[in-house]
Design a protein around this ligand. Structure first.
Ligand code: FES
Length: 271
């Protein structure tokens, strides 16, 4: 890996087209959108999406791009609503993303057209986590679906590239029954009766959000650990920016780099 892979927008754009376009990406814990009308919006690897539980209790992931002029329909990170009204010119959508109405001056010619609905993405829920995909990858395998009760999610904003955060999460572990890494953005760790799911959300090339989902315990007890992760990742980002690469190359970090190198090589061959 090179410094610019951690500090430049170009690498992030390549990753958006490759890493984040061809596989299942985690969006949130299903319990974060537990009631009809609950929604959670995020930019994941450059893709602006939101998850919503519709009136029938079905979880959907939709592109957060209005069909009028492609602006973001959902402008708040999370909440509960009956419908979505785009704040720019007032196009309105139901909880399944179907176009409902628009003010007369900006009304579409054919309000019945299916092209007016928000784009719906492939969605699946595994082990309490909602995943979405821009493509149609094979079903998710290898994550134990039998988790203890959901205890909550802590959210940590970190000033680092997403790869630094993944490396930090992987560096302390070797593959084992108690630690699973699911390419590219999720790890599952068993600690006694607790299960900790760390979900990396690549927001921009220098901003990463970490969701720590706790199953089988209270999330408050993990606030300190999240603070330490933030501190460590921001120091590692400073190291990468000054040319200091990963010092501790665990099996999992090496595997992560191997997969990244393969993706970069495929992209280079295709251009
Ligand atoms: S961009 Fe959404 S209503 Fe115009």
């Amino acid at each position: 890996m090179k410094t610019e892979d951690y500090t430049g927008g170009d690498a992030f754009q390549i990753e958006k087209r490759t890493v984040f376009s061809g596989d299942w990406l985690p969006l949130c814990a299903e319990a974060q959108i537990g009631r009809p009308g609950d929604f959670l919006a995020a930019s994941v690897g450059g893709w602006s999406v939101f998850g919503v539980r519709d009136g029938e209790g079905v979880v959907r992931v939709l592109r957060n791009a209005c069909r009028h002029q492609n602006m973001q329909v959902v402008g708040t990170p999370s909440g509960n609503c009956q419908s979505f009204r785009c704040r720019f010119h007032g196009w309105t959508y139901d909880l399944q993303g179907r176009f409902l109405s628009a003010p007369a001056p900006v009304a579409p010619k054919d309000p019945q057209s299916a092209d007016l609905h928000l784009a719906s993405l492939a969605t699946t829920t595994v082990a309490g986590i909602v995943f979405f995909s821009l493509s149609s990858p094979p079903a998710i395998a290898g994550i134990d679906a039998d988790l203890p009760a959901y205890g909550g999610t802590s959210v940590t904003d970190i000033a680092c590239n997403w790869k630094v955060c993944v490396e930090h999460l992987l560096a302390e572990h070797e593959p084992s029954p108690d630690f699973l890494w699911r390419w590219p953005l999720l790890s599952v760790r068993q600690a006694g009766s607790l299960v900790i799911v760390e979900q990396v959300v690549p927001h921009t090339f220098l901003r990463t959000r970490l969701f720590t989902h706790v199953f089988g315990g209270a999330v408050d007890e993990h606030a300190q650990a999240a603070g330490l992760i933030k501190q460590a990742c921001e120091q590692l980002q400073a190291d990468r920016a000054s040319g200091v690469m990963c010092a501790k190359d665990s099996t999992l970090v090496a595997d992560f780099h191997r997969r990244l190198a393969s993706v970069y090589a495929q992209e280079a061959a295709a251009t």
